[in-house]
Design a protein around this ligand. Structure first.
Ligand SMILES: [Zn+2]
Length: 61
């Protein structure tokens, strides 16, 4: 199976994305390579944004 090296833009770790990875196609685009965020970091981001939604910071005027 083909794979491509991708570096997570959040934690900086290198990952090998196999051909069937959902991000493989955008990362293998030589003209305009996409940004990669690993599963661990994307889960963390999702968790943090959920947390913000539940307890919004009060607005001060
Ligand atoms: Zn990461």
């Amino acid at each position: 199976m083909n794979y491509i090296n991708a570096r997570c833009m959040m934690c900086g770790k290198n990952y090998q994305l196999e051909e069937d990875n959902k991000d493989y196609k955008k990362m293998s685009d030589k003209e305009k390579p996409g940004t990669y965020i690993c599963d661990f970091c994307s889960n963390r981001v999702r968790y943090e944004s959920d947390d913000k939604r539940k307890s919004p910071r009060p607005q001060s005027n």
